[in-house]
Design a binder for this molecule. Sequence first.
Ligand code: DLL
Length: 433
Amino acid sequence: MLYWDQKKECMPREQLEELQLKRLKETVSRVYSFVPAYKAKMDENGVNPKDIKSLADLKFLPFLTKQDFRDNYPFGLLAVPMRDIVRIQSSSGTTGKPTVTGYTRNDIENWAELMARGLTNAGATSDSVIQIAWGYGLFTGGLGGHYGAEKVGAAVLPASGGNTKRQVMLMHDYGVTMLGCTPSYALVLHEEFLRMGLERSDLRFKSGLFGAEPWSENMRKEIENKWEIDAYDVYGMTELVGPGVATECGCKNGLHIAEDHFIAEIIDPDTGEVLPEGSFGELVITSLTKEALPILRYRTRDLTTINREICSCGRTHARIRKILGRSDDMLIIRGVNVFPSMVESILLQIPGIEPQYQLIVERKNNLDRLEVQVEVSEKIFSDEVKKLEELENTISRELNSGLGIAVKVRLVEPQSITRSEGKAKRIIDKRTI
Ligand code: DLL
């Protein structure tokens, strides 16, 4: 079992919690002194840094939300002067202004450390050749993966996203052993690999670290079987630091939150109440070491559960279950909650279809309707119509029983769903068009 830093990752709980409390107190004091917007929130809630005496007191702190980032755009949440900032990254800002974050030199160092842990968990060593195919730029995926891979001492290929043919050529010619990208792009790369007619035995490719979008357990199997590799999950977001907040170990049974750098809670997204151990709800994250932009109780809108049992890998850090989706991406179809990852999980159990799908949502007579478009394999597509109808019926049946609602299914030609070089677009919402 490989660890990047066994002492930190397997720290006894008691010691870990002591460290968390010490760092929490420091963070709260610093935020209170240097971030007027958050101080105002604390004052409003009648809570003072001195009130944080134990980890359980975390619940007295007010939440931080995306709206706070908007209200304080671009730099209002920074706790250090610009002279101490060495990097700025931001989200794509598809829904309004981008979310901006900053890093001090120490923040960059810690971020690299988090990613070094994740990459090591996924099998990286100094002998690895790691291709980073998350986008480089303001998006955190590329540079986050890059710094982590360099820290491990691997040879890094800063490929960034896109130019798929060249990516496959690099994998083949440069003996790439590990890949970092979105799970959906891992499949796009595989399609290109097949098109190029290369031999699998000519690749040294062994494992991949995938993240930046939800992907089901069945999608993992799909990627692992197609590429013949081990596929691991990495979670993070711009506001929290970027990728590396939680990463999977060899057990592939949940993602270890780097608890020496973050505290995780699960809340009821409607009431904000902290939920008991093992409950499903919204992930809330508090940072413990971030200097430039400390985060106190940030509402991620990502839905999961936390498991605090010690993992069989020996790591003591709590695990989150694979993210089901963002609360923003939850569709409510005739009263039933549906996430794209649930649809994905069901689809990928059915033979003959490709792992390419889209959910089209429409509103008719005040009722939301869901159509699932699924690509079929070349072989099935050239089959007789009757067989296609049978497949369509099977998919409808499986989705109906799996989701508990009637869904319209439409089989579409191979390669007709737009491929993404980054985060896949799973939902086409015609309700707002
Ligand atoms: O996606 C950071 C990242 C880069 C993570 C590379 C992992 C790998 P944002 O663009 O700010 O940051 O998007 C963050 O993406 O709130 C989740 O909804 C989703 N997300 C990220 N990782 C995962 C994952 C990066 N492993 C948002 N599983 C988050 C499910 C994920 N969803």
